[in-house]
Design a binder for this molecule. Structure first.
Ligand code: MG
Length: 159
């Protein structure tokens, strides 16, 4: 068995007039994340972790902001494109562990749905995807509710 590990981080600015979408779940909130796509910071961090594990750079290279094809793109779809690359290299996902940094809203009610969404795209059991959330303790850009950040670590396996 061959193993590869990957890490991903993403940050997006919080603004009024945008939907808040995290891990493919639309969360009712007064602000949303700003970006060229749906700005799903969770899917972006996970996509970067997968690309890192197969040595394929980052999502900025694969889905440039300048490309109109990705305007308003659903990030679970981008994650599917990345997963196709992973599978083309002969790898499958062992597990993924994610942390979301957000001051508000409370994410606990949505974590299970995010986990199921991501597990479906990664083609693993939901127990192989773990989602954690933390606040910024009112400090920094997270704490001031200026933005959200997500971090992901993923393990890939090949027979
Ligand atoms: Mg992003």
């Amino acid at each position: 068995m061959t193993f590869r590990i990957g890490q991903g981080t993403d940050i997006h600015r919080l603004v009024e007039g945008r939907k808040l979408i995290l891990g493919g779940v639309e969360i009712p909130w007064e602000k949303g994340l700003l970006g060229h796509s749906d700005a799903d910071v969770v899917c972006h961090a996970l996509s970067n972790a997968l690309l890192g594990a197969i040595g394929e750079g980052d999502i900025g290279q694969h889905f440039p902001d300048s490309d109109p094809r990705y305007k308003g793109a659903t990030s679970t779809t981008l994650l599917q494109v990345v997963m196709a690359l992973v599978k083309a290299r002969g790898y499958r996902v062992g597990n993924a562990d994610l942390t979301i940094l957000a001051e508000k809203p409370k994410l606990a009610p949505y974590k299970e749905e995010m986990r199921r969404n991501l597990a479906a795209v990664l083609e693993v059991e939901p127990t192989a995807v773990n989602i954690k959330a933390t606040t910024g303790e009112k400090m920094g850009f997270v704490g001031r509710e200026e933005g959200m950040m997500a971090e992901a670590v993923v393990l890939l396996e090949k027979q």
